[in-house]
Design a protein around this ligand. Structure first.
Ligand code: NAP
Length: 564
């Protein structure tokens, strides 16, 4: 371990078996699985509460766009039977209380260290241990290092000239304060119209005296069609949960949303239209699955674009505003679809102005004003940055682990994130990523993908112990081929025409433009990585333990502690 990188603290030879970074959905389930294996695991979490994404993104209107009954853990039948979701799509407070309930119920909190930011990690080739370095000055030695750091967790505030001199209040949606923010009577500017902005804007508009929406690129916002959860539907799901979960895992996207298996290319204009209407009524992300070729066939996709443009025209009274809100030169879905309630309708309000900052860019912030290139100035009390994240790799690069031969992750990823299967990185033995770049991740129901990754990682740890191996490391060849495969798939889709999105990392200044998620489908992915394990971890090198000894494992049976 290099002297320079180790900040402070005492390294204990084998503090724990597993260090997990992040106490969101992924970190909690990883901890649960490690305990099942009898491994001593600890979760390090920088925040002062658990929940990850759902802890930080507490902006008004924050809500999931995968149905609650799907976007939840499947590992405990009792849990899924007893938990009651109140809405079709759960709000952030409800998801957070669900996560807290899970942590209580399975007694996870005792192995979670809050307010513990990991600032570095180094692999020691002599001991085959990772040293995990925290901001508090501790260093933990561990066999396994699991990055459950989230894919959309490294919030980005744009570097607008004068930003830090702003004299009002400012917030980022991804690190929203715990106290309620009152916009009553305030002049507010929202920068950004992605998924976070489109959820927040209609709510802020209700209390702000003036709301300026600064839009740089229009995106498609589908009506969420959220509603209270239908008790009949809930009963039906609960009666068939195992089948629902199995269906999700064998589907393309890891959930139960209806995918149309028919080709839009082969459908008549009337049939296409009828399907788009149906998808609009289903709401949210359903449009992405209108036809099996909607993301590969330009004609089919553009037909959906025209349909949604029509809806925007119908919803927005002012034609000039409607025109700016309509995405141009963009295949629907190639920029992550937004899902909102009353988003387009909000622009009919007298207190809401849409500002096209592509046509007239933001020049600077000064005092209480935002000034555009044209010289136009908006006086505001509050700026909300709904400006997104250094997606998929940012949270890991902020830790920047050092692997074998002193190679840093940032050096290894200087040309863009490289992984084998989205779970491991060549040169970083025994380091695992949950739902990382190169896995279905953001193109799936995240909770489903998280469970599936955690189970794969736990099985790998178990395999190493049972067979007397010290480390598992992806080979460079396997990693190279996987990266190529991920990119080849993306190139066969319409995503290749929208390279300015966070899927490509293009929203982060200086980040290489490389498509990051795996688009081949959850079903194919699950089958593939299962076969890798079944075949004795193809594409990995397994190194024997210096003094093979079967790891002592304590037995663990999940304990119920909290109340339901
Ligand atoms: P985002 O999709 O990256 O959107 C960021 C927005 O900020 C874009 O409109 C972007 O414009 C704009 N922006 C960034 N820098 C700017 C600048 N300097 N000047 C003007 N505009 C600027 O971020 P997000 O809305 O937080 O969403 C990120 C992802 O989180 C989503 O895609 C989704 O996967 C997830 N999410 C999901 C939900 C849900 O489940 N419903 C809710 C929220 C978030 P450009 O497009 O021009 O770059």
């Amino acid at each position: 371990m290099s002297e320079t990188r180790t900040k402070v603290g005492q390294v204990h030879p084998a503090d724990v078996d597993v260090v997990i970074v992040g106490a969101g959905f992924a970190g909690l389930y990883m901890l649960y699985k490690c305990r099942q294996l009898g491994l001593k695991a600890v979760v390090l979490e920088s925040a002062d509460g658990i929940g990850g994404t759902w802890y930080h993104n507490r902006y008004p209107g924050a809500r999931c766009d995968i149905e609650s009954l799907d976007y939840s853990y499947s590992f405990s039948e009792e849990l899924q039977q007893e938990w009651h979701w109140t809405e079709r799509y759960a709000s952030q407070p409800e998801i957070l209380s669900y996560i807290e309930h899970v942590a209580d119920r399975f007694d996870l909190n005792r192995d979670i260290r809050l307010n513990t930011r990991v600032i570095g990690a180094e692999f020691d080739e002599n001991t085959a241990r990772w040293a995990i370095i925290t901001e508090n000055g501790d260093t933990l030695a561990t066999r396994y290092f699991v990055m459950a750091t989230g894919v959309l967790s490294a919030a980005q505030v744009p570097d607008i000239p004068g930003r830090d001199s702003f004299e009002g209040e400012w917030y980022h949606t991804g690190s929203w304060p715990h106290e309620e923010v009152d916009f009553t009577g305030k002049r507010v500017a929202v920068v950004g119209t992605g998924s976070s902005g489109t959820q927040l804007i209609p709510i802020v508009a209700e209390s702000a005296s003036e709301l300026y929406v600064l839009q740089r690129t229009a995106n498609f916002c589908m009506p969420a069609q959220n509603r209270p959860l239908d008790p009949e539907l809930e009963r039906d799901w609960k009666a068939h949960y195992p089948e629902r979960r199995a269906f999700a895992r064998s589907s393309n996207f890891g959930h139960n949303q209806l995918s149309n298996p028919l080709s839009g290319k082969e459908a008549s204009a009337k049939e296409r239209r009828a399907e788009f209407e149906r998808r609009w009524e289903l709401g949210g992300l359903y449009m992405m699955r209108a036809f099996k070729d909607i993301m590969t066939d330009a004609d089919v996709n553009l037909d959906a674009v025209s349909y949604v443009h029509e809806q925007i025209d119908a919803l927005v009274n002012d034609p000039a505003t409607s025109d700016v809100l309509k995405p141009k030169d963009l295949f629907i879905g190639t920029k992550r679809l937004s899902s909102g309630t009353n988003y387009y309708e909000t622009f009919n309000r007298g207190n809401v102005s849409l500002i096209d900052v592509a046509a007239d860019p933001i020049k600077r912030i000064q005092g209480h004003s935002i000034e555009l290139d044209s010289g136009r100035r908006m006086e505001v009390d509050v700026i909300i940055y709904a400006t997104g994240f250094d997606a998929m790799s940012g949270s890991m690069l902020r830790i920047d682990p050092v692997g074998r031969k002193a190679l840093t992750l940032s050096e290894h990823w200087s040309g863009g994130p490289r992984t084998y299967l989205g779970i491991t990185v060549a040169g970083f033995p025994n380091m695992f990523i949950i739902a990382g770049p190169g896995s279905p991740s953001v193109f799936s129901n995240m909770v489903n993908s998280i469970e599936q990754h955690v189970e794969w990682v736990a099985a790998a740890m178990s395999y190493l112990d049972d067979h007397g191996f010290a480390t598992l490391k992806a080979t460079s060849e396997a990693e190279r081929d996987w990266v190529q495969h991920v990119n080849d798939i993306a190139e066969r889709t319409l995503y290749r025409h929208a390279r300015k999105t966070w899927f490509y990392g293009a929203n982060t200044p200086g980040k290489p433009v490389v498509f990051m998620p795996y688009l081949g489908g959850v079903n194919n992915y699950v089958t593939h990585i299962a076969s890798i394990a079944e075949n004795g971890y193809t594409g990995f090198e397994l190194t024997p333990q210096a003094h093979p000894e079967k790891t002592e494992r304590t037995s663990f049976s999940p304990q119920r502690t909290g109340k339901t």
